[in-house]
Design a protein around this ligand. Structure first.
Ligand SMILES: *Cc1c(COP(=O)(O)O)cnc(C)c1O
Length: 499
């Protein structure tokens, strides 16, 4: 299997190269040349095997320059009982006869990014060897919260890697900060940058475009890389859990073999829902893909009008991981519905870069409408949904999953669709405990610290707070350096050369 760039079909590389390189030099994203197909019989077989075995079968088809035993090593290093709170890895919870919740947050950071970031480091280190890069890979991350912690947990103590995370000193929640500054591992470094997320991000970008600086690092055997969500090594593992949830529903006799289901995904960068689309392409019986946004509803408008327009106000919401105006992974979807017309994708993306907006041609627009349904929910609706669902089902949603649920309920009201539906649940409610408690009508939360809130939520919902969050209260702080953005290059060098 070879990989093309969404902006140039002449580019043709192996999966290991795609993982090491991340982004194509033409600015495009790497996509597999073709998609493997799984028959209904294959899917039926999945229902008798474990999550890890399902992952090996699916990933082997994409990483064909890996031995099957290598894929197995990657999968088993990522998804195991030291790292996930449940043996099923991504269990599906039955809410009623129509609604199923695919819980993607049983990993070490209690959010769905673990599903990809736990395995990426292993795919990456093996890929490095395959392309004959012999040295250490250094992951640089600027984070507004969740991604940094998930990347730290993924790369922690993975041989041949280091990871340096920059977070905005004034821009992450108390819990997020605690998660990062107490990070364990011999190869990790966490640094606060004074200013906001843009300052941290611009600093990291400055490093990535400085060729001279990177060459200096290379001479000492350090290769810079990022762990962001456009890397094929993050996307492919996300396809697995859609097959897995279907296989679980089948095993539990909730659906018949071949029965079509809907999938609802709370969407930001369009990675998670793209993986669901790829699963459908690969033979998973999926009817509608429902794309749920928060008040930053650029995707809702796009799906409903065919016009992508990022020139709009940016809102900070209670579902922060979906606060995004440019969904990078959408480019892979566009490439696919344009039937791999790289010239067309170049045109769309050029318009987006210069004007901040582009319009799909009618053929592409109608194709998209056949596949996706788009809707959004604002904060008020989100909070109300958390409350309603808790009252009706005694199940507590986090703020992101609640956006998905709200959009799904609207969808059912509009379409009267009665097909069974899987909702991708992307975070534990404990991770966003303040908003969740507010939704549930808890008073006296304003001035309480995070650990009191964890307890309150546990009591209120009769569930247990994830150990990984509770433990933070007693973990020693390992990192307290605060620097300015101009010091970043120097600090990276110091860390790499002197430790
Ligand atoms: C990242 C994230 C999302 C958005 O996922 P995309 O793949 O970027 O669309 C949704 N919910 C949570 C909790 C996330 O961390």
């Amino acid at each position: 299997m070879r990989y093309n760039s969404t902006r140039d079909n002449q580019v043709s590389i192996l999966s290991s190269q795609a993982v090491v390189q991340g982004l194509s030099l033409d600015g495009g994203l790497f996509v597999p040349q073709s998609f493997p197909r799984f028959t209904l019989d294959d899917i039926k077989e999945f229902s008798a095997i474990s999550y890890n075995e399902r992952a090996v079968r699916i990933l082997s088809k994409f990483f064909t320059d890996f031995k099957e035993s290598e894929i197995e090593e990657c999968v088993n290093s990522a998804y195991n009982k030291e790292r996930f709170e449940t043996a099923e890895i991504a269990p599906t919870y039955k809410m009623d006869d129509n609604i199923y919740i695919l819980e993607l947050w049983h990993g070490p950071t209690c959010a769905f990014k673990d599903m990809a970031l736990q395995i990426l480091p292993h795919l990456l280190t093996k890929s490095m060897k395959k392309v004959n890069l012999d040295g250490e890979v250094v992951i640089l991350v600027a984070t507004s919260g969740d991604t940094g912690k998930a990347a730290l947990e993924g790369f922690k103590d993975v041989e041949g890697t280091r990871i340096i995370v920059f977070y905005p000193h004034e821009g992450v929640s108390e819990m997020q900060k605690l998660q990062m500054v107490t990070q364990e591992g011999q190869n990790v470094c966490v640094i606060a940058v004074s200013g906001n997320f843009d300052d941290a991000q611009n600093g990291v970008k400055g490093i990535f475009i400085d060729e001279e600086y990177q060459n200096e690092l290379k001479q000492k055997g350090f290769y810079l890389s990022s762990a962001n969500s456009i890397n094929w090594g993050r996307l492919a593992p996300q396809i697995v859990y859609y097959f897995s949830t279907y296989a679980d529903l089948l095993r539990n006799e909730e659906i018949q073999l071949g029965e079509e289901i809907n999938i609802v995904v709370p969407t930001g960068n369009f990675g998670n829902i793209l993986a669901a689309y790829y699963a459908k392409k690969m033979g998973l019986p999926v009817a509608k893909l429902i794309c749920a946004s928060n008040k930053n509803n650029v995707l809702t408008d796009f799906i409903n009008t065919g016009i992508y327009n990022k020139n709009r106000e940016f809102f900070t919401t209670i579902s922060p991981s979906m606060d995004i105006l440019i969904s990078s992974n959408l480019e892979r979807f566009i490439y696919d519905i344009a039937e791999r017309d790289d010239e067309k994708v170049r045109q769309y993306m050029k318009k987006l870069a210069t004007d901040g907006t582009y319009q799909l041609e009618p053929g592409h627009f109608s194709k998209m409408q056949g596949i996706l349904y788009g809707g959004f929910a604002d904060d008020e609706k989100t909070l109300q949904t958390i409350k309603e669902i808790e009252e009706e089902y005694s199940y507590v949603l986090d703020t992101h999953t609640a956006v998905a649920m709200a959009v799904y309920m609207d969808y059912v009201e509009k379409t009267k669709d009665t097909k069974k539906t899987v909702i991708a649940s992307t975070a534990s409610p404990y991770k966003f405990n303040r908003s969740v408690l507010q939704a549930l009508g808890e008073e006296d939360i304003e001035d309480q610290n995070e650990f009191i809130l964890l307890e309150k939520l546990a009591k209120k919902t009769q569930t247990r707070a994830p150990k990984a969050l509770q433990e933070l209260e007693v973990k020693p702080v390992r990192f307290n350096q605060v620097i300015t953005k101009d010091q970043m290059k120097e600090v990276v060098k110091n860390y790499l050369f002197n430790s």
